[in-house]
Structure formats: C-alpha cells, structure tokens
Design a protein around this ligand. Structure first.
Ligand code: GDP
Ligand code: MN
Length: 379
C-alpha cells in the first residue's frame, strides 16, 4: 500500500523523524484553519499518490489567509497525472539552504536493503541517476546486521553532505532505517530532505510504501486504509474476495492463476487490444466466483468484451463451464464473452457449453484465437 505524504509523515514521526508541523484539510476553510493554527508562511500541498506535485502546481507557498484561500481553492480538484486532489496537507513553511535525497528500498537480487543518499535532492532521483550517477551514494545493508550510526556517518561523508548536516542526517538515517524495517516498508523515501539556514535537518516530503504481507502485525495500518480513495472497481472486487487490479483497456479478463492472467494481458496486447483489468480467479472457478468476477467486470463501463481464459489443472474445465452457465443465470452481462477452455476435462467442458453458444457466448480453440476474437469484439 502506498501512503499519502501526510500519512508517510505521520509514520515517520512515530519513529522520531523530524517533520514540519501541519495538518490535513479537505476544504478551503479547513486549510485556512490549519494555517492559522501552525502560523504563516505555510505550504499548501496536494495529497495524491504520485510524484512531481510541485511541478504540476500542487505545492504552493502562502504568506497570509488570502493566499491560502487562493492556493487551496486552486489545488483542490486539480488533476495531477490522472489523480484528482481531494485532500490537502498544510504545513509550516521551511527555509531551505540545501535539498538532499534519502531512501531505503529492497535490493531483491542482492538479498539486502539498498540505501541511497544524495546531496542533490529536490529533483527526481531518476534524473540524478541518469545525468550524474556519481552524485548518489549507495550502500547495501545486510538485513541481519542493520545500519549502525558509524556506518551512517561514513555514508553521509561519502555522499558529500554539507558539514552542518552530517551528524543530524546520520542520526536521521538510522531512524529512517528503523522505520523502514520495523515499520515493514518496501520503500521509505525523503525527497527533499532539507538543511535549513539555521542548520536543522528535516523531511519535507515522504514517500512510503508499506509491505502488505506484514499487515497482520500492524493493526494501526487500518487508519491509513480508511483514507484510501479506492478505484470503485477494485473496491467492489475486494468486497467479493477477488484478486483484481483495474486497468484502462476495453477487454475484461478472467483467468485462473496469476501467471495465466498476466500472459492473457500480454496476448491481448500483442493482438492490438488493451485489457480492462487483471483478474485471477485462482482455483475456485465455481459459479459463485465466476458470477462475482463477471459482475465486477460488467460494472466497468469501459469494457466491450470479456475474455475468459481457463487452463484446467486441479480446476476441472467441466466445472468451470457449469460455473459460467450458472453465473449467467444470475447476472446479466452486457458484453460478449469469449472463452478459451483447455486442460483437464476440456472436451467435457466445451460439450456442456456447446448448446448455449451464440454471438454473446463464444468459444475459441486457442488462447491467441480467443484474444483476437475478444479484441475484435471490443473495437
Ligand atoms: P513533489 O514535487 O511531489 O515531490 O513534492 P515536494 O513535497 O517534494 O515539494 C516539491 C518542492 O517544493 C520541494 O522540492 C521544495 O523545493 C518545495 N517545497 C516544499 N515544501 C517547502 C517549504 O516548506 N518551503 C519551501 N521554500 N519550499 C518547499
Ligand atoms: Mn518530493
């Protein structure tokens, strides 16, 4: 789960990382109330789960109540890379002497954690990596040993941070690593991490991704989840216990197994179409699951055709065929359905469907044929 900046800052604060005083606001009046409370000047910041908000006009400095009104009004409702701003974070503005970059993430091939630190923060780290890779000091951290303060001090020196920032940054990095590991993050990034003219180091931005596999030991994450503005299709799928991810195309996808579902997206793409979703119904292709899957896909207004791609293994294709017929009795589906049924009991499965086939329920012998048919129907 990705966190909003304000949630990331709340998370950082729990681990003793310095952030600016501030609060969330969902309306212009609330933004004014927060600004009056924290004191001017303030920064009004769009809360969307996408980077580059500053460049898109989503981060503005306000010196008085009129400017807060103006900026809050402009930023609420703003579309930043397809994310509409529904919430603001208003915090006391900081004076900036230097902008740095710091992050921890997983280095999967190395089976370690990766720390990145740069004296050139404030811009996208991808740009620094491209144009000036030497400006990023990277360290591998053995997850068993962790990060001690001595190592952090050497790292800060290697990254050439300004002298007055070094000790505070080393201490902050140890805390950030603690947040990243004990807090079960996949990513904890601060960009910019700033040095103020009076030589204080603190986090001006927060990008945090939580590792959902660890959610069982973090009941406090519920509060983050409650604030999520979910894709309504994903919400509907979650309520039905389906493994679904919404995409932008017009071909609805149902497949059994995550690997087959991903291949199905590729094949649809290969023949010139675009998938409306990823949906893995796993082994449970019975009528209940199939009806739920069809319901969720049917509710997506962009969908023009549905491609059901089943390879029977433990799941038997005759059961799937019965599941599809039963599901169609329960839900009325607007788009034509193209089925590719193969594997265990495929012959029996196709025979079950045969009397019911029409121009809204079609079978194709292979995955590629079915993809072509579904894509043609979606045009
Ligand atoms: P992003 O563009 O989505 O990464 O949003 P950030 O929170 O990183 O803000 C973008 C930029 O706005 C930062 O790199 C800073 O240069 C600037 N900025 C953010 N907060 C402040 C602040 O309190 N004071 C000043 N002077 N600039 C700020
Ligand atoms: Mn940033």
């Amino acid at each position: 789960m990705d966190l909003f900046e304000y949630q990331g800052k709340q998370y950082f604060a729990r681990y003793g990382i310095a952030v600016s005083p501030g609060d969330v606001a969902d309306t212009v009046d609330e933004a004014v109330a927060v600004a009056e409370r924290v004191g001017y000047p303030v920064v009004v910041k769009a809360q969307v789960k996408v980077g580059g908000r500053g460049k898109a006009g989503g981060v503005k400095l306000a010196n008085n109540v009129d400017e807060v009104r103006e900026h809050a009004g402009n930023i609420l409702g703003l579309d930043i890379k397809g994310h509409v701003v529904r919430r603001l974070w208003v915090e006391r503005s900081s004076d900036i002497e230097k902008e740095y970059y710091a992050s921890f993430t997983l280095d999967r091939p190395n089976k370690t954690h990766l720390g990145m630190l740069s004296a050139q923060g404030g811009v996208e780290i991808e740009v620094v990596a491209e144009e000036n890779p030497d400006a990023i000091a990277m360290i591998s951290i053995d997850p068993v040993r962790g990060l001690d303060i001595e190592t952090a001090r050497r790292w800060v020196a290697e990254a050439n941070l300004d002298e007055p920032a070094r000790e505070q940054t080393a201490e902050l990095l140890v805390k950030l690593y603690d947040c990243y590991t004990r807090g079960d993050c996949d990513l904890a990034e601060i960009n910019p991490l700033i040095l103020t003219p009076d030589h204080k180091v603190h986090a001006l931005d927060a990008k945090v991704t939580l590792d959902e596999n660890a959610s069982y030991r973090h009941p406090e994450w519920e509060e983050f989840r409650a604030d999520e503005f979910e894709d309504p299709r994903e919400k509907m799928a979650k309520e039905r216990g389906l493994n679904y991810i919404g995409l932008d195309g017009t071909v609805g996808i149902i497949a059994n197994g995550a690997g087959l579902a991903m291949s199905t997206l590729d094949v649809v793409n290969q023949v010139g179409g675009a998938a409306a979703n990823f949906l893995d119904i796993g082994g449970g292709a019975n009528a209940d699951v199939m009806a739920a899957a069809l319901e969720v896909i049917n509710a997506d207004p962009k969908v023009r055709s549905i491609f059901v791609n089943i390879f029977g293994g433990i799941t038997r294709v005759d059961e799937v065929a019965n599941g599809v017929l039963e599901a169609l009795k329960r839900v009325t589906i607007t788009s034509p359905i193209v089925l590719r049924l193969d594997g265990t009991n495929a012959v029996e499965g196709r025979a079950i469907l045969a009397p019911h086939l029409n121009d809204h329920l079609i079978t194709e012998p292979t995955m590629i044929d079915a993809a072509r048919r579904a894509v043609a129907l979606a045009k």
